[in-house]
Design a protein around this ligand. Sequence first.
Ligand SMILES: NC(=O)c1ccc[n+]([C@@H]2O[C@H](COP(=O)([O-])OP(=O)(O)OC[C@H]3O[C@@H](n4cnc5c(N)ncnc54)[C@H](OP(=O)(O)O)[C@@H]3O)[C@@H](O)[C@H]2O)c1
Length: 371
Amino acid sequence: MGIRAAIVGVGPVGDRIYTCLKEREFPLADKPVVMATKARTEVLGGEEVEVKQVAAEHFAGVDVVFFAGREGAKGASVQWGPVALEAGAWCIDNGSDYRLHPDIPLVVPEVNMHHVTPDTRFIASPNCSTIQMVVALAPLHRVARIRRIVVTTYQSVSGWGAAAQDELRAQLPCVIEGREVVCDRSIFPRPIALDCLPHIDAFLDNGYTKEEMKMLHETRKIFGDPDIAVSPTAVRVPVEIGHAEAINVEFEGPMDAGKALEILSDPSQAEGVVVIDGPTQDPDRLAELAKKERKRKPWANHWEVTERQYPTQADILKDPWKDMTLVGRIRDDHSRPNCLNMWVVADNLRKGAATNVVQIAEKMIQRGLLG
Ligand SMILES: NC(=O)c1ccc[n+]([C@@H]2O[C@H](COP(=O)([O-])OP(=O)(O)OC[C@H]3O[C@@H](n4cnc5c(N)ncnc54)[C@H](OP(=O)(O)O)[C@@H]3O)[C@@H](O)[C@H]2O)c1
C-alpha cells in the first residue's frame, strides 16, 4: 500500500527530508504532501514540487508528518502538531519545542529507538550537534558508561536556516576585498565571514547559550542517564554545511583508544559510524609524499612518508558518507585514565536533521508501528 507522508517546512531541512525519502526509497504511497506558510512551487531534491499553504484539510489521511518548520508558538509543530495528531498521523519533529517534554521520546535511531512504543504518537528529533555526538559515543557508552563529556562544536551556518548561507556568501567578498560588511543581526550577532563566533542562540543567566544547554539536557534524556556531565562550548564557523566536534570523554569503566577504535570500526556495534583515522593507506598519496621527501633529502635511502587521515566538514558532503557520522583523531587523553579525545563530523542538515527523522520512520516500519 505504501506510506502517506507529509512535510511541513521547505527550508534546507524540508528539502533534505524530501531528498532522503526519495534517495532512500522510502515506501511512499504517493509523493509527499508538502506544506509551508504560503502556497507556491519550490525546487526540492532537484524536483519542482507543489507547496500547499498549511491547513487542516491537508493532514487528512496522512500516516506520518515530518515537521521542518520554525520553532515557538507560531512555529509549525506547535501550531499544526495537534491538528496532525487529531487527523491520526504520527508526528516526527525536527524543532526543539517538545524535545524535553517528559511524555515525548527524543530519538536517535542508532541509540534509543526503544523509547518509541506502540502508544507513542509524537517523536522529537534532537539538536544537530547532539545527534552526531550521541551516535559516536553510544557504542562506547554501552561498553564502559560515560561519566563526563567536554565538547567544543564547530557548527556551520546552515544550522541557522537557509538565510544564513546567503549571509555568509554575501559577507565573504566584502571581508576579502576590505569593504564594509553589512551584517543582518537577526541572523548572526557579528560578521561570520572568516571569523568564529562562540555564540549560538541566546545567552542564559548561567553564562552558557541555549544551544550549549541543549547538548547537556538532550544527551541525558537520550542516554536515559541524568548523571552524565556535559561541558559544552558551541561555536559558529564560516562553513556552509556540516558540523564538527572536538570531544573529550571520560568513562567509568576501562576504555582506551585501541578499544574505542575497535568498537567504532565494527558496524555491528557502531551503526551509522565511519572511522577515518590512522595512517593513510592511499598508495598514490604515499608516492607523492615520498617524491617530495626525496627532493628534500636526495642523499637519503629512506623517506618517512606517514600521513594521518581524519574527516572534515568537506568530506561529509561526499556521497558515501552524507548520512553517516565520521569519527577520527581517536586518542588517549594522557592527562586522565579511561579518557579519550576524538573528532566527530556529520551533515547537520542530513544526519543532524532530515536523515534522522526519515530513519526513525524507517525503523517504525520495520517494527510494524507504521504502515
Ligand atoms: N538547519 C539545521 O541544521 C537543523 C538541524 C536540526 C534541526 N533543525 C530544525 O529544523 C527546523 C527547520 O530548519 P530549517 O533550517 O530548514 O528552517 P528554515 O530555513 O527557517 O525553514 C523553515 C520552513 O518552515 C516553514 N514554516 C515556518 N513556520 C511555519 C508554520 N507555522 N506553519 C507551516 N510552515 C512553517 C517556513 O515556511 P515559508 O517558507 O513559507 O516561510 C519554511 O519553509 C527548525 O525547527 C530547526 O530548528 C534544523
